[in-house]
Design a protein around this ligand. Structure first.
Ligand code: C2E
Ligand code: CA
Ligand code: CA
Ligand code: CA
Length: 283
């Protein structure tokens, strides 16, 4: 019976439990896959939101959506524990769709209640190779009557480099639909400035490894300052991520960085908590 099951998994076109490119199918992996699938199908995922503050005005009008797995016995599981696995198995496609729908519905609900927030969604390399993704995004926005300009899409440089032609074409489509694009973890990975030039981006996010070091390491400060200048010279907004101290925030403001995100302002939090946080922030 086990062999028959295995064969069925192997040949099944849905192929969620077995990916022929990964021959290291251990029972643990199969059970994780099953649990993850169950989580997505039963809405056991949830989204936390982290504010991005405008350094010139102190206003918060943008948030980043960060997925968590709300596990019955293990509590909230961080994305680093299951996103890479989902990327390997291809199941990321289903997770991304879950996140997009959830976040767009939340954004629509906020807009209806007069809470005007732009929301960023993280998208993986695999998603950029999914030709149906732009249509999916557009349909969900239509369904919830949300303007695509409310939604930002965060991608990493490495995601684009995996298959640049294909990724660029997906990004062009998304940008033409009105979504805004942000390059995440900027400065890590094999970044190529040539691609930055060709990509329809609106924002870059300086990786937190540079931001965290900028008041103690001369090199990190040079990298942060140069990235801010590079971004501005290309007409882009620049976000610093991983801002944990007031000293770093002050230095970023001095360097004319546009937005800051990090624990100093707030950790990522559930939607309802974010609403309270915003009320207190704006008071
Ligand atoms: P990321 O996109 O670079 O997200 C920023 C991560 O840094 C988040 O971790 C956030 O909680 C954390 N962070 C924020 N401020 C600070 C700070 O001041 N100090 C420190 N040390 N960390 C800070 P999180 O939520 O665990 O997410 C980890 C990664 O998982 C994300 O990195 C992103 O690559 C991925 N991820 C999260 N949600 C999604 C999603 O919906 N889809 C996809 N494809 N990937 C996601
Ligand atoms: Ca991100
Ligand atoms: Ca990042
Ligand atoms: Ca990261």
């Amino acid at each position: 019976a086990d062999i028959a099951m295995y064969a069925a998994k192997r040949s099944g076109s849905g192929c969620l439990l077995y990916d022929s490119r990964h021959d290291t199918q251990t029972p643990e992996r199969l059970s994780l896959m099953g649990e993850l699938r169950h989580a997505v199908e039963h809405d056991h995922l949830t989204v936390f939101y982290q504010p991005k503050m405008d350094l010139a005005t102190g206003e918060v009008r943008q948030v980043e959506a960060l997925v968590r797995w709300d596990h019955a016995t293990r509590g909230f599981i961080a994305p680093d524990r299951f996103i890479p696995f989902a990327e390997q198995t291809g199941y990321i496609k289903a997770i991304t769709r879950w996140v997009v729908r959830h976040v767009v519905a939340q954004t629509a609900d906020w807009l209806e209640r007069g809470i005007d927030l732009q929301t960023s969604i993280n998208v993986s390399a695999r998603d950029l190779l999914d030709n149906e993704l732009p249509d999916f995004f557009q349909n969900v926005l239509k369904e919830y009557r949300v303007d695509p300009r409310q939604i930002w899409i965060e991608i990493t440089e490495s995601a684009v480099m995996e298959d640049p032609a294909h990724a660029l074409s997906t990004l062009e489509k998304l940008h033409n639909l009105g979504f805004r694009l942000s390059i995440d973890d900027f400065g890590t990975g094999y970044s190529s400035l040539a691609y930055l030039k060709r990509m329809p981006v609106d924002e870059i996010k300086i990786d937190r490894s540079f931001v965290m070091g900028m008041v103690t390491e001369r090199d990190d400060e040079v990298i942060v300052r140069s990235t801010i200048d590079l971004g501005h010279n290309m007409g882009l907004k620049v976000v610093a991520e991983g801002v944990e101290t007031q000293e770093i925030l002050d230095r970023l403001r001095e360097c004319r960085c546009d937005l800051a995100q990090g624990w100093l302002l707030s950790r990522p939090m559930p939607a309802a908590k974010l609403e309270d946080w915003l009320l207190a922030w704006r008071a």
